[in-house]
Write a protein that binds this ligand. Sequence first.
Ligand code: 5GP
Ligand code: ZN
Length: 120
Amino acid sequence: MIDRDCIFCKIAGGDIPSSTVYEDEQFRVLLDLSPATKGHALILPKQHYANIFEIDENILRDLIVLAKKVASAMKETLNCDGVNIVQNNGEAAGQTVFHFHMHIIPRYKDDGQVIGWEPH
Ligand code: 5GP
Ligand code: ZN
């Protein structure tokens, strides 16, 4: 299903241009508009699911395999020192766009970023 009011549906479907680094029938991988680090990418399923609670499990399986490929490609091409994989669900968890997406964030020694959940 596609949600006509959802910006990530439009981006994933190619109706809005984006800095796409990979695309197949199910997914689009693009650079984040406000990157936390150089090469910060998002994986979007082309079908609309708001969050992890809604996403089809078969699509999720394919998505995590793709996440591994993207992370490996980053290691090769960006020569990063590590990779964060982050996926927010719900406003309370920091989700701002309510179309399921996975952040793949290359990390560089001493990049100074603080990403994701922090213990209190
Ligand atoms: P969330 O906080 O929902 O997990 O992440 C949403 C992410 O989408 C943010 O990192 C934000 O910078 C990114 N983003 C929001 N709108 C756009 C857009 O129109 N294009 C791209 N490439 N990224 C976007
Ligand atoms: Zn959507």
